[in-house]
Design a protein around this ligand. Structure first.
Ligand SMILES: Cc1cc2nc3c(=O)[nH]c(=O)nc-3n(C[C@H](O)[C@H](O)[C@H](O)COP(=O)(O)OP(=O)(O)OC[C@H]3O[C@@H](n4cnc5c(N)ncnc54)[C@H](O)[C@@H]3O)c2cc1C
Length: 401
């Protein structure tokens, strides 16, 4: 006999898992939602730049107590010739992007408060212990819906021995540091310096900030910490203590491959970083994760969850397309002057526009004909344009849409 109500297990209780729990807990058809999170929320550490845009997606009041410590106006992009430059050298370009609303957060506080609210509304939290592959098999047996929000590499792929499908695409280091950030409190800085990647300084208050550096291209430094230290000195933010620095990878795949975001025979769905959907060129993944969780729960609400891979593909398509083109501007040319010109052409746009709206980005670049001509006068770039508009930008897409 079919049960009238279903149960749901969420593995991983970070932003994506919390978002899934929030929406599932509101569904009449779900009787119980359980989150399995290996860390305890009081001690939870997150390895992230902590910039959250599109914050209305998080169902918390945007107060400092809830972790939204710095309400920012946008980001300042600074493009330099290279890492080998005089300290007083001016940037080739300085331009600003808008972000409305946007925050630099204490993300552990956001997650703690969010989890507390869920616990008060009946979500069961099992924290402080990692789910092993054997326990994963039990969870799959026990619950009707299994949402894998365990980040990358996902527990689902670990359990199936398929983790090689994740290839670290972006290596990043970050830390929280003390200093004087009053000069750019509401406009965090991102520094492009002639390599495929960037450094950042994101103030959380006048006196502390999240700082870091990431590499998205093939050329990586021999000593990551040394590279962060030099970036801090060049760009005028404090050098973090070595023991405070987290190092992490932002994965390349295996997103948008239906076989890897949905396991129909087990009713397992992968969301957020577990599905590999962090942005391919700027590394943002919080709102992507939350969106994937909300999408899945909307489909569960109407009994159409089997279309999740196809709908996720539709949701992410513009962003992937744009990321593929934006990476091309770096990877195919490796020309800081061109990057500076593009950055200037994009000034005034919002983070959402430069992340998810290819048409807006292309219109702005085309408004600078010389820049546009230089950008596409390159066979690699022409191939990227072709690939992204024929949906073959990274992986063979096997679904039928
Ligand atoms: C250095 C760096 C800086 C970044 N900066 C930004 C930024 O500024 N803005 C932005 O939007 N994105 C940023 N990102 C990307 C962002 O951090 C991720 O995309 C985001 O955290 C994904 O959220 P998630 O909930 O899907 O996964 P995760 O945050 O990885 O969470 C997975 C959760 O699952 C738990 N877990 C894992 N395995 C198990 C298990 N076996 N049992 C139980 N629990 C388990 C973990 O403890 C964790 O809480 C950054 C990433 C890096 C590496």
């Amino acid at each position: 006999m079919k049960k009238s109500k279903s149960t749901a297990a969420i593995i991983g209780g970070s932003v994506t898992g919390l978002a899934a729990a929030t929406r599932l807990n509101n569904l009449d058809a779900i009787s119980q939602v359980t989150i399995y999170e290996r860390q305890k929320y009081d001690e939870k550490r997150v390895d992230c730049g902590e910039a959250i845009n599109d914050t209305t997606l998080i169902p918390l009041e945007k107060t400092p107590e809830n972790g939204f410590v710095n309400n920012i106006d946008g980001f300042q992009l600074r493009v330099y010739e290279s890492t080998y430059r005089r300290l007083e050298a001016y940037p080739l370009a300085t331009s600003s992007l808008r972000c409305d609303p946007g925050y630099i957060c204490e993300r552990d506080a956001v997650e703690r408060q969010w989890a507390n609210n869920l616990a008060s509304s009946g979500v069961e939290l099992r924290t402080g212990r990692s789910v092993s592959p054997a326990e994963y098999a039990d969870i799959v047996e026990t619950y009707d819906y299994i949402i894998d929000a365990s980040g990358q590499p996902s527990l689902t792929l670990k359990s199936k021995g398929k983790t090689e499908e994740y290839t670290g695409d972006m290596v990043a280091l970050n830390a929280t540091v003390e200093g004087d950030f009053s000069a750019y409190l509401n406009r965090p800085r991102i520094f492009f310096e002639g390599y495929v990647g960037y450094a950042w300084s994101f103030p959380k208050s006048e006196h502390h900030a999240n700082v870091g550096i990431g590499w998205a291209g093939d050329q990586r430094p021999d000593d990551y910490f040394d590279a962060l230290k030099s970036a801090a000195k060049r760009n005028g933010f404090p050098v973090p203590e070595r023991e405070q620095v987290n190092i992490a990878t932002i994965p390349k795949g295996p997103s948008l491959n239906p076989a890897n975001v949905y396991v129909p025979e087990e009713n397992v769905f992968l969301v957020g970083d577990a599905a590999g959907i962090a942005n391919r060129y700027q590394g943002e993944g919080i709102c992507q994760g939350i969106r994937s969780a909300y999408l899945l729960t909307e489909l569960i609400a109407v009994g159409n969850e089997s279309s999740y891979p196809r709908e996720l593909y539709k949701l992410m398509k513009s962003e992937y397309r744009l990321a593929h083109l934006m990476r091309g501007a770096w990877v195919e040319h490796e020309d800081p002057e061109l990057l500076a010109a593009i950055t200037e052409a994009l000034a005034g746009l919002t983070i959402d526009e430069i992340t998810r709206q290819p048409t807006t980005v292309i219109r702005h670049v085309l408004s600078q004909p010389m820049t546009a001509a230089k950008l596409i006068s390159n066979t690699g770039m022409i191939k990227r344009l072709y690939d992204s508009y024929t949906d073959s930008w990274e992986y063979a897409i096997t679904h039928s849409s």
